[in-house]
Design a protein around this ligand. Structure first.
Ligand code: AMP
Ligand code: ZN
Length: 114
């Protein structure tokens, strides 16, 4: 998509610290980490938000969660746990309109969110 920040990261037009990549998914470090480990996992297909998941694209969301499981293990988060966050739309606090899943870990996280 023309001026989508995350599509530019996928196309390597904008640099990022990539931790995992395959044909349909990419994972990279969040540029403004909110925890000792803060990774974003996104589909290469431009899906705007959770509101746009449908029967044709939902397979990649399942794949993303398998990637999250494996990355969390690799990063040593498995034992103590971690949080997976998807912000959707204005009230959800979504700032980039390309669906993404945050992996946050490495410290005790509080609940509820603000
Ligand atoms: P959200 O607020 O859920 O839409 O999350 C967007 C996330 O993208 C924020 O945590 C930002 O820190 C992160 N972000 C913005 N620009 C970049 C970038 N160029 N590289 C990596 N992460 C970014
Ligand atoms: Zn995009």
């Amino acid at each position: 998509m023309g001026d989508c920040l995350f599509c530019k990261i996928i196309d390597k037009e904008i640099p990022s610290e990539i931790l995992y990549e395959d044909d349909s998914v990419i994972a990279f470090k969040d540029v403004n980490p909110q925890a000792p480990i803060h990774i974003l996992v996104i589909p290469k297909e431009h899906i705007e938000s959770a509101r746009d998941i449908d029967k044709d694209n939902c397979h990649v969301i399942g794949h993303i969660f398998a990637v999250i499981r494996d990355l969390a293990k690799e990063l040593g988060l498995d034992e103590d746990g971690y949080r997976v966050v998807n912000n959707c739309g204005k009230h959800g606090g979504q700032t980039v309109s390309h669906i993404h899943f945050h992996i946050l870990g490495g410290r005790q996280l509080s609940w509820p969110p603000g």
